[in-house]
Design a protein around this ligand. Structure first.
Ligand code: ATP
Length: 247
């Protein structure tokens, strides 16, 4: 198995509004071809960690004040989200962020590189439809009138249009019925296996995330409090008691 580290987050601190220390030295690694989950409850710092990696903190008046973030050996803290996309790193934000007034297909096309040829774009679109058959049937529907699951698929599909190497997924299960969550995660797994897309996802749904991820980090109050393989975490008594709702 290939255990090359592609993303190395090393001791980052994040401060909001110059005063609120939210991440208190977070370190995590993502290996090539992995599905890695950041777990933990509301306000633990999962979203902030993803935003730090994809450099989306500025809009929230947040900043990385300590530590480093490397993607394939290159420091990326100062790269714009657009430069990150060029390097293959793309984030799907919490809450699905489709353009409500555009059709599903128009939404997907907004993810395409402006410099890609028409043929490349068409091929990418077919690839996305191949993984998300539901989106194909809804291609001409305005996003606002599609289901929550379809909008989540649309948001992930749009990210896939950029030919990513690593996708950061923020709370993909949010607001979705369990069987739709399974459907979304199955597609993530499929993209991981067949397209070799690496995933780093933030999830409150520990049960579901550990079914699909191979490695997990559990966060509490801005710190990683435990990490391990999905198998180890699933069988850990503390994890069972506090995060899996059994025990
Ligand atoms: P959730 O699942 O609710 O998104 P989370 O684990 O992703 O939780 P974060 O959203 O990263 O947690 O929030 C971590 C902490 O940072 C929380 O205490 C939150 O109130 C605070 N926080 C988040 N965004 C901001 C902001 N823009 N300004 C100030 N504080 C913030």
């Amino acid at each position: 198995e290939n255990r090359n580290i592609v993303l190395n987050v090393n001791g980052i601190e994040v401060i909001y509004n110059h005063v609120i220390l939210v991440l208190k030295g977070v370190s995590l690694q993502v290996h090539e071809g992995g599905i890695v989950a950041i777990l933990g409850g509301n306000g633990a710092g999962k979203t902030t960690t993803l935003r730090a990696i994809s450099n989306l903190l500025a809009g929230e008046r947040g900043a990385v004040t300590k530590g480093s973030i490397e993607f394939r050996g290159e420091r990326i803290e100062n790269l714009s989200p657009a430069d990150l996309v060029k390097r293959g790193v793309v984030q799907v934000m919490e809450g699905r962020h489709c353009f409500a007034h555009l059709t599903i297909e128009e939404n997907l096309l907004t993810g395409a590189y402006t410099r890609a040829s028409k043929a490349e774009i068409a091929a990418n679109l077919e690839k996305v439809y191949n993984y998300f058959p539901r989106l194909k049937t809804r291609r001409t529907s305005q996003a606002a009138y599609t289901s929550g699951g379809e909008q989540q698929m649309c948001a992930i599909g749009r990210a896939i249009m950029t030919n990513p190497n690593m996708v950061l997924l923020d709370e993909p299960s949010m607001g979705l019925a369990p069987q739709i969550v399974e459907e979304v995660f199955n597609i993530v797994k499929d993209l991981n296996t067949k397209e070799k897309v690496t995933f780093l996802l933030a999830e409150q749904n520990t049960n579901m995330a550990l079914k699909y991820a191979d490695y997990g980090y559990i966060m509490e109050s801005g710190r990683v409090v435990m990490d391990g393989t999905a198998a180890d975490l699933t069988s850990n008594e503390d994890v069972k008691e506090f995060y899996l709702g059994v025990g």
